[in-house]
Design a protein around this ligand. Structure first.
Ligand code: AMP
Ligand code: GLY
Length: 421
């Protein structure tokens, strides 16, 4: 089969790595990929958001199956475009992708279908948002309505911070249209986990659980990022918690989609806060998480392409999961997430290749004259397996020391919350 993966990041490299293990694969393509994906697939010079150009390419090349990694093409309607041409593609259509594409839509949906989430209000005028914050009190969370690659959310401990976040989004329009509407919501406390399922109509299969580290700095301080590291499984999700996630969140979501007449096929990611009054949804994403995907895919055994194809075609599937723990540390560029530096040569990659129980996924990298350079905020994902979380941590951090580029930054505390737990 010819398989195309859409996206440029560590998640897409991990998807290609997993799919490439399938004997069903004849050719792999990635649009547009990075220096790491180029080792497994043919990188195609089409941007992920050019949905029509991608469909033209898929038709021309006879691509049998496409898997979409990131959200923006899904929200832009890549699935609708492919399906209108009879091309098989794994991901939700543009209507269903509103669950991620508009936080206001997602929050109203959750409210309508009694899915536990933080109390919230939506505003399209900054003064109103501010006077609401003044009455509501702090801490409070200010969110851009539209897509912002995980960087449109501000957890505000003081009134000043909240007013600044509102101005940043609505007056300075630093996220463009994404911030023309904002959501102001109740601050939730607890352990944050990512619960991702394969969803098709009213059937779903949970993937292994994971925990991301969204903040830039150690100790969960600093601004939100796309994610600085992850591990799987998340021990905070015990059997009882998983049961509430299924009955109060996933089942209600499925019922809501059905009632609204929204068809859904693809990955569905519930970002959850495990609060003292049960799991509550922070956000829905219509794709795998990045870097959660890296940690999750490392633990899936068997032919994942076959699993996805069977699931897509409506067959029953069962996942086999590696009992080992996986852990992923993100190496980022200086300046991330605001203004990451580019063009720094990456050293040490060859030292990592032969290491056992270690795998390296590229994100913001490019190859030029057989050297690898940084391009973007999150550059590499150093991932390892271990019999225990401690072992996976030691192996991953031992590997990080072999790699360097100017301005390289990473968090040293990935997985520590679970160890302290
Ligand atoms: P979101 O994109 O909505 O998931 O928000 C990004 C991150 O901000 C989340 O992963 C949480 O770490 C944090 N966050 C979002 N909403 C809340 C909330 N209501 N209470 C506490 N933290 C939040
Ligand atoms: N790592 C968080 C996300 O992919 O949204």
């Amino acid at each position: 089969m010819k398989v195309l993966v859409v996206g440029n990041g560590g998640r897409e490299h991990a998807l290609l790595w997993k799919l490439s293990q399938s004997p069903l694969v004849k050719e792999l393509y990635c649009a547009r990929g990075n220096a790491g994906t180029a080792e497994l697939a043919q990188n195609v010079p089409i941007e992920p958001n050019q949905t029509r150009a991608l469909a033209d390419f898929a038709q021309r090349e006879g691509i049998d199956f496409t898997v979409v990694g990131l959200e923006s093409p899904l929200v832009a309607g890549i699935v609708d475009e492919f399906e209108s041409r009879g091309l098989a593609i794994f991901g939700p259509n543009s209507q269903a992708s509103q669950l991620e594409g508009s936080k206001a839509f997602a929050k109203e949906f959750m409210q309508k279908y009694s899915i536990p989430t933080a109390e919230f209000h939506t505003f399209d005028e900054p003064q109103r948002a501010k006077s609401f914050v003044k009455d509501f009190g702090v801490p409070v969370v200010v969110k851009a309505d539209g897509l912002a690659a995980g960087k449109g959310v501000f957890v505000c401990r003081t009134y000043e911070e909240a007013y600044r976040a509102i101005d940043h989004l609505m007056v300075k329009k630093s996220m463009g249209q994404a911030g023309s509407k904002v959501i102001v919501e109740e601050f939730l406390e607890g352990e944050e986990v990512s619960y991702i399922v394969l969803l098709r109509g009213d059937r779903y299969v949970p993937l292994p659980t994971s925990q991301d580290h969204k903040r830039l700095l150690e100790g969960d301080q600093g601004p939100n990022t796309g994610g600085m590291g992850a591990y799987s499984p998340a021990p905070f999700v015990d059997e009882r918690t998983e049961e509430s996630i299924k009955t109060q969140i996933i089942d209600r979501l499925i019922k809501g989609l059905k009632t609204e007449g929204i068809e859904y096929t693809g990955f569905l990611y519930a970002g959850l806060m495990l609060t003292s009054s049960g799991p509550k949804v922070l956000e829905f994403n219509v794709r795998l998480g990045d870097p959660e995907a890296q940690a999750i895919l490392m633990r899936l055994q068997g032919d994942f392409l076959e699993t996805l194809l069977d699931f897509y075609r409506g067959k029953e599937v069962e996942l086999k999961v590696d009992p080992r723990v996986s852990l992923c540390v993100v190496l980022a560029s200086r300046g991330y997430p605001e203004k990451p530096e580019d063009g720094k040569e990456v050293h040490g990659l060859e030292k990592v290749r032969a290491l056992e129980q270690v795998v390296l996924f590229h994100a913001g990298t490019v190859e030029k004259d057989r050297r690898v350079y940084t391009k973007g905020g999150r550059v590499l994902n150093v991932c390892a397996w271990g019999q225990t979380l401690q072992e996976a941590r030691e192996r991953a951090y031992g590997t990080v020391e072999k790699i360097s580029f100017e301005g390289m930054y990473y968090r040293r505390d990935i997985g520590l919350r679970a160890l302290k737990g």
